[in-house]
Ligand binder design. Structure first.
Ligand code: HEM
Length: 316
């Protein structure tokens, strides 16, 4: 049976290790096999350290996908939507592979990361390596809860995963990753009330702030589809940082190829009156890449290349 990768809809963990890799050779057969072996590594670490709640996701860059799996390309596999308006920008920094490792133990994330790097050694270069962590009760470093409205159960799956109507890519997901850097010094010059106005939600109850305005992040992100339903997007972001710099690793999963782009447009270009997302005055995206995370079945099934039939065989 087709199964989604476990990390896509997993509940939040205490730690995450994000690896962004570029493939440096053209040995696509080896990469296909190693992606399948990465799934086996996720399972192995999950079984050995069941209390750590290990989950993982492998996603293939939208620009690398046609090279890796030319025989099966998802519809609407768009590159990251590079956008800029005045000083607000979402740079596109395409990347071949995204590997998300999450667990309740930092040492397990690290050990699994090392094992994966060892597996892909010689085939890849490490572009980015971010260790993120759960902060307080699931907050961003700005002090606000991250995605308290993420749905659960079947609703979560239907928002994050492609359904049966596309059998080849069923249980796959469109993934967008942005590494944000926060200007916390500037953020801290705002009063609590002003911060809530920028976010459009209160810190305590996560409800709409009575004073929310069109430029509040929550308001800019409340885009709905033709049926007035929220756009399908599951937010699995986690903060990272040390005493020098801080930020958020934004990671979203969607059943739709275009939901992220619509939301990003609403943030950067704003509405007809030019009301852009005020949060962008305090956080800036340093990277941005689009990926597709296929089902477990797809990765395993495409790991062994079917032998090419010879002419006499075809004529038989
Ligand atoms: C540094 C970057 C970001 C931070 C700190 C951030 C933080 C937040 C916060 C605090 C909320 C309100 C949650 C609540 O109390 O209901 C929220 C909502 C939301 N954000 Fe962001 N966000 C960031 C980037 C993004 C990006 C890049 C997108 C998509 C393009 C996005 C999409 C959404 C959506 C759809 C909601 C409303 C639904 C929900 O609550 O999950 N956010 N965000």
């Amino acid at each position: 049976m087709t199964q989604p990768q476990k990390g896509i809809c997993a509940e939040p963990n205490l730690h995450a290790q994000y690896l962004l890799l570029n493939v440096v050779d053209d040995d696509t057969q080896a990469i296909r096999e190693k992606l399948a072996r990465t799934l086996a590594l996720f399972d192995h670490y999950d079984e050995e350290h069941y209390e750590a709640m290990v989950t993982g996701v492998i996603a293939v860059g939208t620009q690398y996908w046609p090279e890796l799996y030319p025989e099966a390309i998802p519809l609407h596999l768009y590159p990251f939507p590079d956008m800029q308006c005045e000083d607000r920008c979402a740079p596109a920094t395409p990347c071949d592979l995204f590997i998300q490792i999450r667990a309740d133990r930092q040492d397990i994330c690290y050990a699994l990361g090392l094992a994966i790097m060892d597996l892909f050694r010689l085939h890849v270069e490490l572009v980015d390596d971010v260790h993120a962590f759960r902060y307080l009760d699931g907050r961003d470093l700005t002090g606000f809860l991250i995605a308290p409205n993420n749905p659960r159960g079947m609703k979560k799956q239907s928002m994050a995963l492609i359904g049966d109507d596309d059998p080849e890519f069923c249980q796959g997901s469109f993934v967008h990753v942005q590494r944000f850097r926060h200007d916390l010094r500037r953020w801290s010059t705002l009063t609590d009330r002003q911060q809530e106005q920028v976010m459009g939600v209160t810190r305590e109850h996560h409800t709409d702030s009575p004073e929310s305005n069109p430029s509040a992040h929550f308001v800019r992100m409340s885009v709905t589809d033709a049926d007035r339903e929220p756009l399908p997007l599951i937010n699995q972001s986690m903060p990272f940082g040390d005493m020098h710099s801080q930020g958020l690793m934004f990671v979203s999963f969607s059943s739709s190829a275009s939901a992220f782009k619509t939301l990003l447009h609403s943030r950067i270009f704003g509405d007809d009156a030019g009301e852009y997302d005020r949060l962008l005055d305090f956080v800036s995206a340093e990277t941005g890449a689009a990926f597709f995370a296929p089902s477990i079945h797809f990765i395993r099934n495409h790991a062994v290349l079917k032998p090419i039939k010879t002419q006499p065989e075809l004529e038989r």
